[in-house]
Design a protein around this ligand. Structure first.
Ligand SMILES: Cc1cc2nc3c(=O)[nH]c(=O)nc-3n(C[C@H](O)[C@H](O)[C@H](O)COP(=O)(O)O)c2cc1C
Length: 134
């Protein structure tokens, strides 16, 4: 299994309806593909965690990369994993305040190799806590 985290910019005309469409198709496809994760949206940005079988995660990410509803997608973190962090979520969603992205932007500013495991897991724990509240 692998876990992949990326960040992207929503297109300026992105609406709540578009987000609902994405969630609907994601939950359907991801449950078939054995993918779990979370999609964080706010401040004109997306951040998404995809975890599951390597081939399925990469294939899904390729589709997402091609999607014209967002741009400038960059992988922030990718690693092999033994356990899921979001095992109850075929795709959880968090509507975040722009501020939420501040520390994420910091992660993004680093080169991929230098994102420390601590910084990464702190963000993941925060996402998990937000999911439980919603
Ligand atoms: C920010 C963002 C996140 C997305 N996340 C997923 C996802 O987790 N799983 C998925 O199947 N599609 C996701 N999509 C949609 C894909 O880009 C694509 O439209 C969809 O997978 C096509 O499904 P289909 O091959 O069944 O027609 C996402 C799109 C965007 C813009």
């Amino acid at each position: 299994m692998i876990r992949l985290l990326y960040c992207s910019q929503a297109k300026p005309d992105f609406t709540k309806e578009t987000l609902d469409e994405i969630l609907l198709i994601s939950r359907k496809n991801n449950s078939t593909a054995g993918i779990t994760g979370v999609l964080v949206h706010g401040g004109g940005m997306f951040m998404q965690v995809l975890e599951g079988p390597e081939q399925q995660v990469l294939r899904t990410y390729m589709k997402i990369l091609d999607d014209k509803r967002h741009t400038d997608s960059r992988i922030i973190h990718i690693s092999p994993v033994k356990e899921r962090l979001f095992d109850n979520w075929t795709m959880g969603v968090i509507e975040a305040e722009p501020l939420t992205f501040e520390h994420v932007a910091k992660l993004r500013a680093h080169r991929l190799e230098s994102v420390t495991a601590d910084a990464f897991y702190q963000v993941m724990r925060e996402f998990n806590a937000m999911l439980v509240k919603t």
